[in-house]
Design a protein around this ligand. Structure first.
Ligand SMILES: Nc1ncnc2c1ncn2[C@@H]1O[C@H](COP(=O)(O)OP(=O)(O)O)[C@@H](O)[C@H]1O
Ligand SMILES: [Mg+2]
Length: 335
């Protein structure tokens, strides 16, 4: 039986925008706007969306680094928003983060071994420290003589391995990976993703894997959520997601992925999005995606669609008045 490790309920994170003579709050950036998500023990939730759609803000609220405007975050069934200092201290062990940029997230003056040892020292777990660090280095595919090297002596992929070892040091239950391979070359991306998959199996980890590209998480995610302007547009288990994506935005993102088969690639049809991403401090009325949607109608400008199930067992949800099915996808392809 799978049980939820993390539940995000109706979460809002609105940053005040101040201005004018008295620095009054003029407006809010609705970075996260009514998000509901569940991540079960041992699974990987992939979160995808363009830059600025609220992915990192969501990650920071999960880690307890930001206090949300409203809503709730449950970890192992308990609201972390009511946690006291001691409980937060424990939570910071249980939930670890891997950052996008392996160049800026590692202290350039610290040796690799010391970077990996830092969380252990912070939690005063210092028995057999060096042995534990070497074990972690081995786990992520680094060599023992890498211990004394400085970050600049490593490649981007190796540096991300150091970041992963550091995140594993305290035996976390949940890892929040915020675009962990976006800064790496495509060939190295696959190696790091394979490593993360192996670690998940070996250690029983649960992942929230953030990416801005659907192809990155295709093989690792059990469930995929697509975000747009702080909202979840579509969420589904991976199989149904890649086979039967229904939101026009998801289909646009999928149609942007090059196909491995050169014959199919030649005739690949892209769903082109109109215009720029609107500002999250002034989101469009109705469906927030309507300004860029090739299928929007008058109704989409006025009414807000809710995320609702498209199948009987609640596994595939979409927030759209006109979800795409095989028939209208065909129309796009023939256009
Ligand atoms: N501390 C903050 N104060 C004000 N606005 C913020 C803050 N952090 C993020 N934002 C804004 O929230 C929106 C979402 O940002 P972010 O969560 O970083 O998106 P993503 O990770 O998807 O690129 C952006 O418009 C960003 O400028
Ligand atoms: Mg981000």
């Amino acid at each position: 039986m799978t049980s939820p490790l993390l539940e995000i309920r109706d979460l809002n994170m609105h940053f005040p925008v101040k201005g004018g003579m008295f620095s009054r709050t003029k407006n809010y950036v609705k970075a996260v706007n009514g998000v509901n998500l569940t991540v079960n023990q041992g699974e990987t939730l992939g979160i995808v969306g363009e830059s600025g759609c609220g992915k990192s803000t969501l990650a920071r609220t999960i880690l307890g680094l930001l206090k949300p405007t409203s809503g709730d975050i449950l970890f192992e069934g308990e609201s972390i928003l009511t946690y006291n200092h001691k409980q937060m201290h424990q939570l910071r062990r249980d939930i670890q983060m891997v950052f996008q940029d392996p160049f800026t997230s590692l202290n350039p003056r610290m040796k690799a071994g010391d970077i990996i040892a830092a969380p252990l020292k912070a939690y005063r777990i210092t028995d057999h420290l060096e042995r534990r660090v070497l074990e972690l280095m081995d786990l992520v595919g680094l060599k023992a003589d890498d211990y004394h090297k400085l970050p600049h002596q490593f490649s981007g992929g190796q540096r991300q391995r150091i970041g992963i070892a550091r995140a594993l040091a305290l035996n976390p239950k949940l890892m929040v990976l915020d675009e962990p391979v976006s800064a790496l070359d495509v060939s190295v991306q696959a190696q790091v993703i394979n490593l993360l998959e192996d670690l998940q199996k070996e250690l029983g980890l649960t992942y929230v894997f953030i990416a801005h590209d659907l192809s990155v998480i295709k093989h690792i995610a059990d469930k995929v959520a697509v975000m747009y302007l702080g909202k979840v547009m579509e969420i589904s288990d991976s199989e149904s997601f890649y086979k039967d994506a229904q939101h026009p935005y998801t289909n646009a993102l999928l149609s942007a992925i090059p196909l491995p088969d050169p014959e199919k690639e030649k005739v690949r049809q892209r769903i082109m999005l109109k215009g720029e991403l609107p500002s999250p401090s002034n989101p469009p009325t109705g469906c927030v995606f309507h300004t860029r949607c090739p299928f929007a109608t008058e109704a989409c400008k006025k009414d807000v669609p809710v995320l609702k199930a498209t199948d009987g067992d609640n596994r595939h949800l979409v927030s759209c008045f006109y979800p795409m099915n095989a028939e209208n996808k065909q129309l796009v392809e023939n256009k």
